[in-house]
Ligand binder design. Structure first.
Ligand code: PEP
Length: 257
């Protein structure tokens, strides 16, 4: 189960890396993490499914966390190409990312699907990193708050706790684009999300649930986001693909607090 007391720096490798470079990346990060005495941040690697076992071997004993980029809502059955949260747990994963905007857009995943996947992760004993965030069009139409409100209401399952749930706020227009929202607007959105969680769950749970910012976070801008009071870490795509950049993002943490 996740360690809720530390901020989370999560790397979403997406459909990148082959065996050799994936294992090399994981090995480099494991060495860096292990060499850090009492790191103040938890660090998560979410490689493509076929690499989970090998990356798990590469980071064994390092303290790094392992995660899947998705999971099915059911624990087994005739679902060609899908992966259960039960198998992720069996492979040593602590988390499954669910509802990433690329899954919502490319695979037609609805809030109800995302909620069912998060519930499946909980049932399997792993944490769900539930992604929310508005599109460019919704951003331009000033609908970001309404969109995120509906996604939180529709995607966070009953029984969500700080131990089994992380929220990632990822404006879709910021993902992979090099564009980022202002830190002030990220703080406002995270504060809003925490309020929605308090109404949906309870105040104490909402205070403890980690809310990550994701979208073009790099070593150059990470400190601006990680220092915000309601930002409890980052979900990082492109900059998680080299040990140098991903580690540099995480190293912003001591500066940010
Ligand atoms: C992501 O896909 O979750 C993400 C934040 O990507 P990037 O950091 O590349 O914008």
């Amino acid at each position: 189960m996740p360690d809720t007391h530390r901020p989370l720096i999560a790397g979403n490798w997406k459909m990148n890396t082959l065996q050799a470079d994936g294992v090399a990346l994981a090995t480099d990060l494991a060495e860096l993490y292990q060499a850090t005495s009492e790191p103040i941040f938890e660090m998560l690697l979410a490689p493509p499914f076929p690499l989970i076992a090998k990356v798990g071997e590469a980071i064994a004993g390092s303290g790094l966390s392992l995660g899947g980029q998705d999971c099915h809502r059911l624990s087994k059955g005739a679902h060609t190409g899908d992966v259960s949260a039960v198998l992720l747990a069996d492979l040593g994963c602590r988390y499954a990312i669910v509802g990433h905007s690329e899954r919502r857009a490319n695979h037609g995943e609805t809030d109800a699907d995302v909620m069912a996947k998060a519930a499946a992760a909980h049932k399997a004993g792993i944490g769900a990193i539930i992604c929310v965030g508005e599109t460019q069009e919704e951003h331009e139409d000033d609908k970001s708050i309404d969109v995120v409100k509906a996604q939180i209401a529709g995607s966070v399952p009953d029984g969500a706790t700080a131990a089994n749930t992380v929220i990632a706020y990822e404006p879709v227009w910021a993902i992979g684009s090099g564009r980022t929202p202002s830190p002030a607007s990220v703080q406002d959105m995270h504060d809003f999300i925490r309020g929605e969680l308090a109404a949906r769950l309870d105040g104490e749970t909402a205070d403890d649930i980690r809310i990550l910012y994701g979208g073009s976070m790099t070593p150059n801008n990470a400190v601006e986001f990680l220092r915000l009071p309601d930002v409890d870490g980052g979900l990082i795509g492109g900059a998680s693909l080299t040990a140098e950049d991903f580690w540099a993002v995480a190293q912003c943490y001591p500066l940010a607090t």
